[in-house]
Write a protein of this length. Structure first.
Length: 548
């Protein structure tokens, strides 16, 4: 069968998984579909209230018996169905299985008076990389269509132990290696705030789904920004934990066995409170007993408390940089960083300029790592079906690239290790100079606000963090404004790539696009960085009521 026919059948099956009563009759809509759920008449007022709530509130209300999992799951299944029809963000939708699971949880609660775990009854959306038993995993490759899983990914099992309900697996780009979500299986996923903007990638389906509130906690993965960029482009919080904090075992992936820079799992949420709920719930399942790469490190409440004490005494010390010296961010991003810095300063905290250390070297090194197999793994999956390669990753992965040999790989490992150690030294030297501990660094996550399709060119702000294996949390800040974020005239480009990025900026095209920053800390500092991100969000006023 031709690849086009295989993809057409898959797309038809996704469409048919949506009950008729949840289908949209006409798609002649505005570019911004964020308000469609409220005007559609498909969700009741109670269901709108449920999908507009926090995960923390919902699990508490289900634990008290005020809400049932069936009611909550139905609400999110309906809204996810709308999200799919409006943004094309789904590779698997299985509401019948979800409602069966929700009914079982309700019956357990009714008979015992107890919840299964801290996520009891809560619907959670998953990136298509996550294996769910009896559900298909295509991961954006036509050749993988028809692969039905015989077992769950480890994180899926642990979330089930904690009481979660699964109902949808979201779209990814072919290969996973780009920050734009497009594949030959279902096509392009768009941003619910403006269909002309990217939803990010590779967890872009999660970004669109959670951004539209078809999900409240979505789980993605990140090897070069794949959680953080969709979070930034959809005005969400997102965490890239350090490798070894959360389980990754039994995941589907491209370039499996590549160990130089690890992909990691993490949630995309509307608040740090919901992010904390996810992290604590997973860690409470002791994932190190299921995945040998997970560090036996339970939730460290003392670390969070230490940061909260500093916040209370106005004692945070935050470094910052606006440019990494390779590509200068667009005006909305620069204003976003300035907004965070001025807000922290007004709150009494100490900020100081951080000099990005050899970020050009790090960016080049990680790009070499991504291409170390000459694109063999990715193109083997692409060519086996006859589908074409999406153009987005051809600057990074080309079939003609040479593979590196074992000695080159070992040398690359040493370069990475040396760079990580040198960066830690920069922290130590700065702390000696300041006479105090550095709590975090605030910086851009991308050089652009939610970017127009196929124009994402520079990954360095995100990928350097992956090379360092630092903890990073994205914080939504504001929206681009064409009247304020005007184009810089006479700008002298730092490099050819910088020139391309700057030439792409159009204040009108970016007007209203989400703007975010990332808060970065040393390795395995999730509790501390989440607490700082939460305080920044509080100071900015970016809580749930401002995001809907």
């Amino acid at each position: 069968m031709a690849w086009e026919d295989i993809a057409k059948d898959k797309k038809s099956r996704i469409a048919n998984s949506i009950p008729k009563e949840w289908r949209i009759e006409s798609l002649l809509l505005d570019d911004n579909v964020m308000g469609y759920a409220e005007s559609s008449g498909i969700l009741s007022d109670e269901e709108l209230a449920i999908t507009g709530s926090t995960a923390v509130d919902l699990v508490a209300r289900m634990a008290s018996g005020e809400l049932t999992s069936v009611a909550v799951t139905t609400a999110f299944c309906k809204r996810a169905a709308l999200a799919q029809q409006l943004t094309n963000c789904t590779l698997e939708f299985f509401p019948k299985l979800a409602l069966r699971r929700a009914q079982e949880l309700d019956e357990h609660f009714k008979s015992t008076g107890k919840v299964v775990g801290p996520l009891h009854g809560l619907p959670i959306s998953l990136k298509d990389q996550f294996r769910v038993k009896e559900i298909e995993t295509s991961m954006g490759y036509v050749a993988w269509i028809g692969n039905y899983e015989k077992e769950n990914s480890v994180l899926v099992d642990l979330l089930l132990q904690a009481g979660a309900v699964f109902y949808v697996k979201t779209s990814v780009p072919q290969s996973l290696m780009v920050c734009e979500t497009i594949n030959n299986v279902i096509g392009r996923t768009v941003n619910p705030r403006n269909k002309n903007w990217s939803c990010g990638g590779s967890s872009g389906g999660e970004g669109a789904m959670v951004g539209f509130r078809g999900g409240i906690i979505g789980v993605g993965t990140d090897i070069g920004g794949s959680i953080r960029v969709p979070s930034a482009f959809n005005f969400l919080y997102g965490i890239r934990p350090s490798h070894g904090r959360l389980p990754y075992a039994k995941m589907a992936n491209s370039m499996e066995g590549q160990e130089t820079v690890h992909s990691v799992c993490g949630p995309l949420t509307h608040s740090v409170a919901d992010m904390r709920l996810f992290m604590t719930s997973v860690l409470a399942q002791e994932p190190w007993k299921y995945d040998s790469k997970v560090i036996p490190l339970p939730w460290q409440q003392a670390e969070e408390d230490a940061i909260k004490a500093k916040i209370a005494s106005k004692g945070l010390t935050i470094g910052f940089y606006k440019s990494d010296g390779n590509v200068t961010p667009h005006p909305p991003i620069l204003r976003g960083v300035d907004t965070v810095l001025s807000t922290l300063k007004e709150a009494g905290h100490t900020i100081f300029p951080w000099t990005p250390y050899k970020h050009g070297h790090a960016h080049n090194l990680i790009n070499t790592i991504y291409a170390s197999d000459g694109g063999h793994d990715v193109f083997e999956a692409i060519n086996s079906s006859g589908e074409p390669a999406i153009p987005n990753f051809q600057d990074l992965l080309k079939p003609a690239l040479p593979k590196i040999d074992m000695n080159e790989l070992w040398a690359t490992h040493l370069k990475k290790w040396a760079y990580q150690s040198e960066y830690l030294e920069q922290f130590r030297l700065a702390e000696i100079s300041l006479g105090r501990e550095i709590d975090a660094i605030v910086c851009p996550i991308t050089p652009t606000a939610a970017v127009r399709h196929d124009r994402f060119k520079y990954y360095g702000y995100a990928s350097v963090v992956n090379l360092l294996d630092f903890t990073s949390v994205v914080v939504p800040v504001m929206f681009a404004d064409k009247n304020i974020d005007t184009k810089v005239e006479g700008y002298e480009a730092l490099s050819e790539l910088d020139g391309v990025v700057q030439a792409e900026y159009d204040p009108v095209a970016y007007d209203g696009a989400p703007v975010a920053v990332q808060v970065v800390g040393r390795r395995l500092t999730e509790e501390r960085i989440m607490a700082i991100a939460e305080e920044i969000g509080r100071l900015l006023g970016n809580d749930i009521t401002t995001q809907i």
